[in-house]
Ligand binder design. Structure first.
Ligand SMILES: O=C(CO)[C@@H](O)[C@H](O)[C@H](O)[C@H](O)COP(=O)(O)O
Ligand SMILES: [Zn+2]
Length: 203
C-alpha cells in the first residue's frame, strides 16, 4: 500500500508531464481563442459527469469569483448544478439531454462549451457538443483514454492519453486552473503576458 501511494503521485506527475509536452502549443492557441471570446463578452459553458461535474463547477467558480486577481466577474456557467433542471430534463426527456437542453437555453453564438469526459463517450456531453456546434458555439473537449467519440466531434480535443480515470481527471483540473490563470492574464495583465515588442512573443 505504501507503493500505491507513492506510485500514484509519480504516475500523476508523469501523466501531466507527457500531456504538456505533447500539447503546449495547441493549449496556447486554444486558450487564446477562448480568452479572446471572453474579452468580447462571450461566456463559457461547462459540462461533465461525476468528478468532471465537480471540475466544471470548480472552473466556473474561479471565473465568476476570483482566481488570483482582483478583477470583474467573468461569465462562466457549470451546467451540472441546477438540480431542478437536471431532474426535470432527466425525468421528462432523458439523462442524455440534461446538458443539451441547457446549451439550447443558455448558449449564444460565439460562446465556448467545454465538455469534460475522461472516456470521451458520455452521451449527455456528446449531445451538448452537437447542439453547441449547431448554434455556432466553439467546442473544446477535455478528454482522456483514446478520446472516445468526442475527439472527432469537438472543435478542439485535448486528450490525456492514460486509461486511469483519476489520473486523467488530475490533468483536466490542472488544465482548467491554467485556463483561469491564462484568461486573467490575457484580460487584465495583457501587457505583461503579451508585451508590445517584436513578433513571436508567445507567453
Ligand atoms: O470521479 C470519478 C472517477 O474518478 C467518477 O465520478 C467519474 O467521473 C464518473 O464515473 C463519470 O460518470 C465518468 O464519465 P466520463 O468521464 O467517462 O464522461
Ligand atoms: Zn474522480
Amino acid at each position: 500500500m505504501r507503493e500505491l501511494i507513492y506510485y500514484s503521485f509519480l504516475e500523476s506527475a508523469d501523466t501531466k508531464r507527457a500531456f504538456i509536452e505533447e500539447n503546449r502549443d495547441r493549449i496556447f492557441d486554444v486558450f487564446k481563442e477562448i480568452a479572446e471570446r471572453v474579452k468580447r463578452g462571450k461566456k463559457i459553458l461547462l459540462c461533465g459527469n461525476g468528478g468532471s461535474a465537480a471540475d466544471c463547477q470548480h472552473i466556473a467558480a474561479e471565473l465568476v469569483g476570483r482566481f488570483k486577481m482582483e478583477r470583474r466577474a467573468l461569465p462562466a456557467i457549470a451546467l451540472t448544478t441546477d438540480t431542478s433542471i437536471l431532474t426535470a430534463v432527466g425525468n421528462d426527456y432523458s439523462f442524455d439531454k440534461i446538458f443539451e437542453r441547457q446549451v439550447e437555453a443558455l448558449g449564444e453564438e460565439g460562446d465556448v462549451l467545454i465538455g469534460i469526459s475522461t472516456s470521451g463517450n458520455s452521451k449527455n456531453v456528446v449531445n451538448a457538443v452537437l447542439k453547441a456546434k449547431e448554434m455556432g458555439i466553439l467546442t473544446v473537449g477535455f478528454l482522456g483514454k483514446d478520446g472516445g467519440r468526442l475527439k472527432d466531434i469537438v472543435d478542439y480535443p485535448f486528450i490525456v492519453k492514460n486509461f486511469s480515470t483519476p489520473r486523467v481527471q488530475e490533468v483536466h483540473i490542472t488544465l482548467g486552473h491554467v485556463l483561469c490563470d491564462f484568461i486573467e492574464g490575457y484580460l487584465f495583465s495583457y501587457e505583461k503576458y503579451f508585451p508590445p515588442f517584436g513578433e513571436g512573443v508567445d507567453r
